[in-house]
Ligand binder design. Structure first.
Ligand code: FMN
Length: 338
């Protein structure tokens, strides 16, 4: 039985503190962790009560978010010099049981792993224009390799045509989201006004720039497109480097690969002070996602759309504490709780 009163070990709390720094769609933090009593492995579960029913009907973004948290658990183990033993989706009958991670044999962490671990608390999502400096070519090559190491592909939209094509698709998607009452209501449920701060959701202060001020429109969390219908300027140079992360197929194991690849490239970029802005709106509308797949990712399934660059300012957003998302027990009880 899951025992919510039993105390998790310090080791599990350490891992979960790293896990919850992961990005998640609308900062929903759709995860639960269980320290498995017998061998002290740690389980990652998706919390379907936090899935976005309309925006994410199949749970793709929910699994990607959990997978980013899983990558952080792996990294925190590597920081201790332990090899994580990951079993993806260990119970075929329980699709929300995302992974079990056991403590494997000792192996000294690499320099890159240590640098990425150090970047966990420095990585934050950016909304708005970047500074004008370009992302250096050696970093671009390294990011491509990091994505490939997790079984995903990073496509760089460096040609003007590709940037324009993607901008059109993101604009079309954001246009749908801004006028669809269901999407407006679902997003509004995750926006936190300054006077009512919470440990989840996107605080209004995290979205001060006009969402239309770069080539790719951002989600309008703070309703600024209604207050300022057209931005003073749409910055092309300050849009940054646009990338699309894709996988061969589009099932839950692929979403798990995509989420781990996402966090790996975000953290590696953060070691070089490069941060990311997210523009996943077209991937939430089948017709527009198909267009990205056909025209920009050579038939692979697009999983994330990002801009990368140097942020003029950083606005960290809160997380639920480890004590709220970590319990001690066994899998049957968690699966039974759903
Ligand atoms: C699957 C996924 C989709 C996301 N889509 C967007 C997006 O379209 N627009 C956006 O501003 N942020 C997006 N984000 C970023 C989250 O809003 C962000 O991770 C969350 O608010 C926590 O903030 P942090 O990344 O600064 O820790 C997405 C994150 C994930 C994992």
């Amino acid at each position: 039985m899951t025992d919510f009163h039993a105390c998790p070990s310090h080791a599990a709390t350490y891992l979960v503190r790293a896990a919850v720094t992961a990005p998640s769609v609308h900062n929903t933090q759709p995860w639960l962790f269980v320290e498995e009593g017998r061998d002290r492995s740690i389980e990652v579960h998706a919390d379907i009560a936090r899935r976005l029913l309309l925006t994410d009907p199949f749970g793709r973004e929910m699994v990607i978010s959990c997978a980013a948290a899983l990558f952080n658990i792996r990294l925190a183990m590597r920081h201790l010099g332990i090899n994580p033993a990951v079993q993806p989706f260990p119970h075929p009958g329980s699709p929300t049981f995302v992974a079990r991670v056991g403590w494997g044999p000792y192996r000294r962490p690499t320099l890159d792993e240590e640098r990425m671990y150090g970047a966990l608390s420095r990585r934050h999502t950016v909304r708005g224009p970047f500074r004008t400096e370009s992302v250096p070519v050696p970093l671009i090559d390294a990011l491509r390799e990091h994505a490939a190491a997790e079984g995903a592909t990073l496509h760089f939209m460096d040609a003007g045509n590709d940037r324009r094509r993607l901008a059109e698709v993101v604009r079309a998607a954001e246009g749908v989201h801004r006028t669809d009452p269901g999407h407006i209501a679902e997003q509004a449920r995750w926006v936190r006004p300054a006077r009512r701060p919470r440990y989840d959701g996107v605080p209004a202060y995290a979205s001060v720039a006009n969402p239309d001020s770069t080539l790719l429109p951002g989600r309008d969390y703070a309703g600024r497109s209604r207050i300022f219908p057209s931005p003073a300027r749409r910055w092309s140079r300050r849009t940054g480097l646009i990338v699309v992360l894709s996988t061969d197929r589009d099932d839950r194991p692929d979403w798990l690969r995509a989420g781990q690849a996402l966090e790996r490239i975000l953290l590696y970029a953060a070691t070089e002070n490069v941060m990311a802005a997210f523009h996943t709106q077209p991937l939430e509308l089948p017709r527009l996602r198909a267009r990205v797949r056909e025209t920009l990712t050579a038939g692979e399934f697009p999983q994330m759309i990002l801009r990368l660059g140097y942020a003029p300012s950083i606005r960290p957003v809160p997380r639920r504490p480890a004590s709220e998302v970590l319990s001690v027990g066994d899998t049957r009880a968690v699966a039974g709780a759903r």
